[in-house]
Structures are given as C-alpha cells and as structure tokens.
Design a protein around this ligand. Structure first.
Ligand code: ATP
Ligand code: MG
Length: 400
C-alpha cells in the first residue's frame, strides 16, 4: 500500500488526440508546480493522474502539494489516496477498513456510504455490488457507523483503475483547461483591478500569457511599474512563465497631448496601445489580445469608445469581464490575491493624461481626423516596441 494524490480533471469535453495533449500538458504543469518541493513522478491512470510520494515520509508533502496543485488550471479535484495493486474483494475490504481506522479512528459514530468507480469493467462484481458488499464489511467492523445513502457525513470512495484507490476527501481544484493547451495571448496589464482578473480568466481557458504594460516615466513612477510586475508575479502562480513588456509610452502620450483635442486623448491613446500590443503579440507568437474592459465602466468603455478602440485591431480581442459588475470582478481579484496589490495608489498613465471631460460617444471619423495630426506615429510606435524593457516572472517570482 502506498499513499499519493489522485488528480481529477474534466474528462467529458476532451476526446481523441486532444485528450492526450490535455493530459500530457496537465501532467507537465503539475510536475512543474511541484518542482520547488522535489522531483515527483506522475502516472496516467485511465482518466486520472496519480502523483506518487517522492519518498517514504509522505505525510509532510501531501498538504503542500495539494495546495499547489489546486492552482493548476485543468484540475477539478485532488484526493489524498491509499493505493494498492491487489484487487480481490478481500484485499479491497481489508484496505478500506484499515483506511477508516487510520483516518476516522474506529469508534466515532458517523453516517456513510461507499461509492465505487470501476474503470476496469472486467472486474467480477458490478460497482453497486462491490459498494454494498464493502458497506456490509464496514458495518461489521465499525458498529458505530451507519449507512445513509442520501446525506452521508462520510463518503468512502473506491476507484478501480489498474490499481485500487481509496479516499474520502476531495480538495477542490480551480478547473479550466491546462495552461498552454489553447495557444498564447498578450494581456494589456495595467495596475488596476480588472486587467489581472481578465488575464486570469483567459489563462484559465488554457492560454499562455505575455503581458504588455504602458509606462509613462517620469509621469508614472517606478513604484507603478513594480506594482504591475507584482501583479504579473501573482498571475504567474496560475499562468506559468510570463514575459512582461514595459513599453516606454511618454513620448507618444506627449505627442497626443500636444496635437489632439483633449477630450479625445484617452480614445486615441487606447487605439495606439492596441497597435503596440499587437506588434508585441506578433513577436511573442500570440494570436489574441486581452483587456480588462467592462462595458460602461468609464468613458473609454462605452460601446462607441470600444468600437473606436477595436477598429485598429486585427487580432481577436478578448474582454472576459465585459459583462461583469465591478463587484464580480473584485470577488475574483480577491480569490486570486491580486486585489490588495491593485488598490495600491500609484498613478498609471491613463490617470495622468486624462481630460476633464472625456468624450463618451466618440465618432470614428473625428478620431481618425485628429490622428492625422500625428504623422510620425508609425515610427513612434516602432520605437516604443523596440525600446521595451522585458521582465520575466515565473512561479510568483521575478527571474530576469
Ligand atoms: P484596470 O482596472 O484593468 O486598470 P480600468 O477600469 O482602469 O481597468 P482603463 O484604464 O480604461 O480601465 O483600461 C482598460 C483596459 O486597458 C485595462 O483593463 C487594460 O487591459 C488596458 N490598459 C489600460 N491602461 C493600461 C496600461 N497602462 N498598460 C497596459 N494596459 C492598460
Ligand atoms: Mg486602469
């Protein structure tokens, strides 16, 4: 008998070749998230992954490992299991009783049921037969235990998949699709509350991320940049390794400020941001952009404004929080631990170069006309892209 972690993932939607890809990537991502703890062996077990103890001293690793794995996208549940090869009824029954002794002591009264899953359909008993026979031997061994099939306090799970797995607790995983199975996108990451949440939501769908931050030094301070790097570090705990491009944006903002009507500043700036982000995305092999825009939240996020912003984009733009209320976004920000960082007060470039009365219903023709006052913008954009500082974050740390 060994101890280990049995990993559950959403099985239904993934078939054929995609499934292999999904499983391999998930195994790799789990192995990677455990790396700081040691070299773990991960086995595929007919619709599950199994993480084996690195050594004899198992009690020390399961809790920390489970906490780490619960952040890996694609994981639905994590079970601390007893596993053994001998699958005769007698062997299963003896191991189940021993499991109960170890985890619940023998006597404490509780209600229970046994749930059996049988990937091995050759097994001579059906799942139902095996569950009720095991239930009977538990009642015999632990007279204080009572069966309740509807609302049991304890469920003893027995899974037959090559080997036999016994567990009774499932730690919830974060769900979603394994990072890296859906390609890559560039996240426009400001220091605000919304864009880290937007990036997290899309990474949860399997996207790898790179981040683009527009920095208007010296109008925005190094603290503002550090704040964005901190947010990226937090995202990297879920989304894996990520390069953060810090775009030198001051010259462009000053040009717009000098030459364009002030009520159009934000919208013109946002159109330029999107163009720069696309160029960086192409360099990174990313095929989409992600923003934290939410309909109607501010002047630059009215439908008319979004229409004007989107008009310059060639790539798909994912705006996963577009239909969210602020409170819904804050709830996610709290659950992924970005909120406290996001509300730190350092100014970002949008708050400094902002008009008193920004246009809420910009007309595309008028915006394009104003932009014709910026004949050097194409070169300025190239220069900004070439002048990026690139910072790499990984597993919650800045590494380069
Ligand atoms: P957030 O809370 O994400 O900053 P916001 O509510 O402040 O969003 P805006 O400032 O209008 O809204 O920005 C909308 C989106 O544009 C952001 O969610 C982000 O994706 C992108 N963005 C804005 N400013 C920057 C910046 N300085 N660097 C990178 N992306 C930015
Ligand atoms: Mg903002």
């Amino acid at each position: 008998m060994e101890k280990g972690l049995l990993i559950k993932y959403g099985e239904i939607a993934i078939k054929g070749n995609n499934r292999r890809l999904f499983e391999n990537r998930l195994a790799l991502n789990i192995k990677e998230c455990l790396q700081p703890m040691g070299e773990f062996w991960i086995a595929k077990e007919q619709g599950r992954l199994f993480v084996e103890a690195p050594g004899e001293d198992w009690t020390d690793w399961t809790e920390e490992a489970a906490a780490r794995i619960s952040k890996v996208f694609g994981v639905v549940g994590i079970c601390v299991v007893d596993v053994f090869s001998e699958d005769s009824f007698e062997a299963i029954s003896a191991n189940v009783n021993r499991y109960i002794q170890e985890h619940y002591g023998g006597d404490a009264a509780t209600t229970f049921k046994v749930e059996v899953k049988r990937a091995n359909k050759q097994y001579p008993m059906t799942s139902m037969e095996l569950a009720s026979a095991l239930g009977a031997t538990i009642l015999e061994a632990y007279p204080a235990w009572q069966v309740d099939v509807h609302k049991p306090k304890t469920v003893i799970w027995v899974e037959l998949r090559g080997r036999v797995y016994v567990y009774s607790k499932v730690i919830p995983g974060v769900g979603g699709m394994p990072t890296g199975t859906a390609g890559k996108a560039a996240l426009l990451l400001s220091g605000g509350i919304d864009s880290p949440v937007a990036g997290w939501m899309m990474a949860k769908r399997g996207l790898e991320l790179c981040a683009v931050y527009f920095h208007a030094h010296p109008y925005t301070t190094d603290r503002a940049k550090e704040k964005v790097v901190d947010l990226a570090r937090k995202l990297s705990l879920y989304a894996g390794k990520m390069r953060v491009y810090v775009v030198p944006f001051t010259e462009i903002q000053l040009s717009i400020y000098e030459k364009c009507p002030h009520e159009q500043l934000t919208i013109i700036m946002r159109r330029i941001m999107m163009q720069i982000a696309e160029k960086i995305a192409r360099k990174e092999g990313a095929l989409a952009l992600i923003t934290g825009e939410s309909l109607g939240q501010v002047a630059s996020q009215t439908l008319q404004s979004l229409y004007c912003t989107n008009e310059v984009c060639e790539m798909p733009v994912f705006r996963p929080v577009i239909g969210f209320d602020k409170q819904d976004i804050v709830t996610i920000a709290n659950s992924i631990d970005t909120y406290e960082t996001s509300i730190l007060p350092y100014e970002d470039c949008c708050t400094i170069f902002v008009a008193k009365h920004p246009e809420t219903k910009p007309k595309l023709e008028a915006i394009q006309k104003s932009e014709s006052r910026l004949p050097d913008m194409a070169q300025q954009i190239e220069k900004a892209v070439d002048g990026c500082e690139v910072i790499t974050v990984y597993r919650g740390e800045r590494i380069e």
